[in-house]
Design a protein around this ligand. Structure first.
Ligand code: F6P
Length: 365
């Protein structure tokens, strides 16, 4: 009997747990004896552009990969088919929707179904491909944990663990030098990594995009720590945090990218604190991509592996145009339309924030 062909793609930024999803899909598909599993290299670029880069997965290729960070299929933020960058007559970059062209390529290669593992951007592409007739299922991923349709995304816990390990190291050096230490973490427009790290590490101050900070409040908190003789302060700041009435710290993305690059707010905050009169020495650490590297935690391996199995079972049940999700301790499927509606941010009146404040953490509000 001719076997059916499944295509997997990993898109957007990488994230610990991607390989565990790939292995989960492969293992579950193999049990059916009816499916062959292929991977498109660098998101959908492998099936879209010549020379095509499509790999057939086998036991050797997936053996033990659940332990490894990154993605064996590689990934990219570039060549988003919904906003494909092209130059107009004046040489300016404009964006075109090329999803129909990509859908035709997927059909040309003879795939019977597709699983797309990626964040909000990738799932918007999944939805567009579905609208062009591709039988597709999405799997959510992001260290930022900011997808509304799922309670948790794999990679998040690993990022928090890495950030907490780094935070713990900064505490001992802050204490030795009586310094103010600022540690900047990722998260884009959401403060999930920051708040979880601040609670786990025992920070004095946590600044997040959802709660613009007031510098006078921070100065008061810092000074009171020094007055009480606790001569050091550890601050966690999310890359998307901003002062009340201010803007985020960002630079322009690469050519052809529609997105700005967040980063450097730790240095901005340091300047603001100095200008506001903080005399203690201040040091800044920007954790950056270390948060996305290395081996996934056991929890993220479990979450990712089970999402792999779930997404393949959605293919078996013909649940296309949907995304696998983890909601209320269950693995469920949600329509891609719902999954791509909005991002999940921290509610300032949530218990997460109230609880953190109960532990003495200041959000500068
Ligand atoms: O969305 C995940 C994330 O790591 C964000 O936290 C961060 O702002 C961004 O990706 C960094 O993207 P890049 O890998 O393109 O620098």
């Amino acid at each position: 009997m001719k076997k059916k062909k499944l295509l997997i793609a990993t898109g957007g930024g990488d994230c610990p747990g991607l390989n565990a999803v790939i292995r989960g899909i492969y293992k579950r598909a193999k049990k059916t004896k009816e499916w062959e599993v292929y991977g498109s290299m660098e998101a959908f670029n492998g099936v879209w552009f010549e020379p095509f880069r499509i790999v057939k997965l086998n036991r050797t290729k997936v053996a033990g990969i659940h332990v490894r960070g990154g993605t064996i299929l590689k990934t990219t933020n570039k060549a988003d088919p919904l906003h494909f960058p092209v130059k107009d007559e004046c040489g300016n970059i404009v964006f075109e929707d090329r999803t129909k062209e990509l859908a035709d390529k997927i059909r040309f290669h003879g795939f019977d179904a597709v699983i797309s593992i990626g964040g909000d951007g990738s799932q918007k592409i999944s939805k567009a491909l579905f609208d062009h007739g591709i039988p597709i299922v999405g799997v959510p991923k992001t260290i930022d944990n900011d997808l509304e349709a799922t309670d948790l995304t794999f990679g998040f816990q690993t990022a928090v663990q890495i950030a907490t390990d780094s935070f713990d190291k900064l505490v001992t050096t802050a204490e030795s030098h009586h310094r103010v230490m600022i540690m900047e973490v990722m998260g884009r427009d959401a403060g999930w990594i920051a708040v979880h790290t601040a609670i786990a590490g025992g920070a004095e101050i946590c600044l997040i995009p959802e709660i613009p900070y007031q510098i006078e409040k921070l100065v008061k908190k810092i000074e009171s720590r020094y007055e009480k003789g606790r001569g050091f302060v550890n601050i966690v700041i999310a890359e998307g945090a901003k002062p009340l009435g201010g803007t985020v710290t960002a630079s322009k993305g690469e050519e052809g990218s529609r997105h700005i690059k967040l980063g450097g707010v730790a240095f901005e905050l340091s300047q603001q604190l100095k200008q506001a009169g903080i005399k203690a020495e201040i040091r800044e650490t920007v954790l950056g991509h270390v948060q996305r590297g290395g081996i996934p935690t056991a929890f993220d391996r479990v979450l990712a592996s089970l999402l792999g199995v779930k997404s393949f079972e959605m293919i078996l049940h013909g649940e296309f145009g949907k995304m696998a999700a983890f909601k209320n301790n269950e693995f469920v499927s949600v329509p891609l339309e719902e999954a791509t509606k909005g991002n999940k941010s921290i509610k300032p009146d949530s218990f997460l924030v109230k609880g953190a404040k109960g532990l003495g953490i200041s959000f500068g509000d």
